[in-house]
Design a protein around this ligand. Structure first.
Ligand code: GDP
Ligand code: MG
Length: 439
């Protein structure tokens, strides 16, 4: 995928001590190919590479001690800009109930995303009300009613006999009566953009006067998603895009092109089928995810949702200060174990080694227990400073935990790897930033 391709290109580049204009150009040609293969709009890819070339082929980069690193930094910044630069929050200010209108093609994930978004709003102390307005498929109404039940949220009981316009009017009144401050309207979808649907959505827009019209688009459809976003935007005035199914083998092209092609910000991304799999879209984090720099911040936020905030903040601080010990590593394992959707977290963890290691664990839950046992068999001092764990200590730890030296080695390797990656993420990887111990 795109991420792997780019990482390989930059690994090569980083390996070269001194960069010439020639090898930067050839790397950028490869970047362009990788973007095109990831289904990035050709013009976006072309402009993107041109803007990098302009910045990268300069005195500063070529003469720096770490030219490869510099190029990656430039690419990272350019990718971030390409996706809009910064996160765009929902506009929720206005006389309650404020309305969010969800639109998009059939199967894009509209109904699921409506429920996910409602769940997020509840976490932000809002009182959302759900409104199914897809009267063409009875199952669609049931689906949202069921999801509302799971979330214990009020839902306007639409029926297939009603016209969408009537539902909209009555739902507004219902929301007021239920003391809800936010109305989330799940509209009908079609297989393709058609004028009849657009007309209906236009009428709903007039009645609902939505604060946001959120287009839900399936990232797996690549350039089609971009086209669809463009059409909806032209006809309806979309205020934000929610890109779903980024957990699958989406090639990433949609995320990279939508903003610059349609000028609509991506506001959220869907990363799974479960209701907690919706994240605020952060262009900078997405960029580092694509470049394989991991996404520690999103991971921490995810953790924050599941555990108490204090704990997560301490963790963030430890990454920053490079005081992340084996003890913390053990706590992290415990936390990951507690989490429902391990795969989501995995996608965000920096470092493939760590990822593979953890993926193995997912297959075998017992591995978690063994890793914990290994850390439990260490002394306090060893947990604080893994560097002192020499061969004889490894032997002792293996015996104590009923594991093997190989397993102890594997654990230490994965700990060191994650620590190294975290440090790179947090401090740009400079050696001068080290506080304690060494790798
Ligand atoms: P709608 O027709 O637009 O309302 O789409 P639905 O909400 O019914 O979703 C269609 C399918 O996509 C369902 O099977 C969802 O579980 C799935 N889906 C929605 N969002 C995501 C996502 O972010 N990731 C994954 N993997 N599946 C999703
Ligand atoms: Mg639906």
């Amino acid at each position: 995928n795109l991420s792997d391709r780019l990482q390989k290109i930059f690994k090569n580049l980083r390996g070269q001590g001194k960069l010439t204009e020639e090898n930067i150009q050839s790397a950028l040609r490869e970047v362009r190919m990788a973007l095109l293969e990831a289904d990035v709009h050709y013009k976006v890819a072309k402009d993107f590479v041109a803007s990098i070339a302009e910045r990268a082929i300069g005195q500063e980069v070529m003469q720096s001690l770490t030219p490869g690193q510099q190029v990656i930094k430039i690419v990272n910044e350019a990718l971030t800009e390409l996706m809009g630069g910064r996160a765009e929050p929902l506009r929720l200010i206005g006389k309650p109930p404020v309305c969010l209108m969800m639109v998009g093609l059939q199967g894009s994930g509209k109904t699921t995303t409506t429920a996910k978004l409602a769940r997020k709003l509840v976490q932000e102390k809002r009182r959302p009300c759900l409104v199914p307005a897809d009267v063409y498929r009875p199952a669609a109404i049931d689906q949202l009613v069921t999801l509302a039940g799971q979330l214990k949220l009020p839902v306007y009981a639409s029926s297939v006999q009603q016209r969408p316009e009537e539902i909209a009017r009555e739902a507004l009144a219902y929301a007021k009566q239920q003391n809800c401050d936010t109305l989330l309207v799940d509209t009908a979808g079609r297989l393709h953009v058609d004028t009849e649907l657009m007309a209906e959505l236009g009428r709903l827009k007039e009645i609902l006067e939505p604060n946001e019209i959120l287009l839900v688009a399936d990232a797996m459809t690549g350039q089609d998603a971009v086209q669809v976003a463009g059409k909806f935007h032209d006809m309806l005035g979309v205020t934000g895009v929610i890109l779903t199914k980024l957990d699958g083998d989406a090639r990433g092209g949609a995320a990279l092109s939508i903003r610059s092609v349609t000028n609509c910000p991506i506001k959220f991304i869907g990363t799974g089928e479960k209701l907690d799999a919706l994240e605020v879209f952060h262009p900078d984090r997405m960029s580092s995810r694509i470049l394989g720099m991991g996404d520690v911040l999103s991971m921490i936020e995810k953790a924050q949702e599941a555990f108490d905030e204090k704990q997560a903040q301490e963790l963030a601080q430890k990454f920053r200060e490079d005081t992340f010990s084996l003890e913390d590593f053990r706590n992290q394992l415990k936390q990951i174990k507690k989490l429902g959707s391990l795969e989501q977290i995995l996608g965000m963890l920096p470092g493939m080694g760590m990822l593979k290691e953890l993926k193995k664990m997912q297959v075998d839950e017992k591995e978690f227990v063994r890793m914990e046992a290994i850390i439990n068999s260490m002394t306090k001092g060893e947990r604080k400073n893994a560097d002192i764990i020499n061969a004889s200590r490894r032997r002792r730890i293996a015996d104590g935990s009923g594991t093997s030296v190989q397993e102890v080695n594997r654990l230490l390797k994965s700990y060191n790897e994650s620590r190294k990656m975290m440090r790179q993420m947090m401090g740009g990887g400079s050696a001068g930033k080290k506080k304690k111990g060494k790798v």
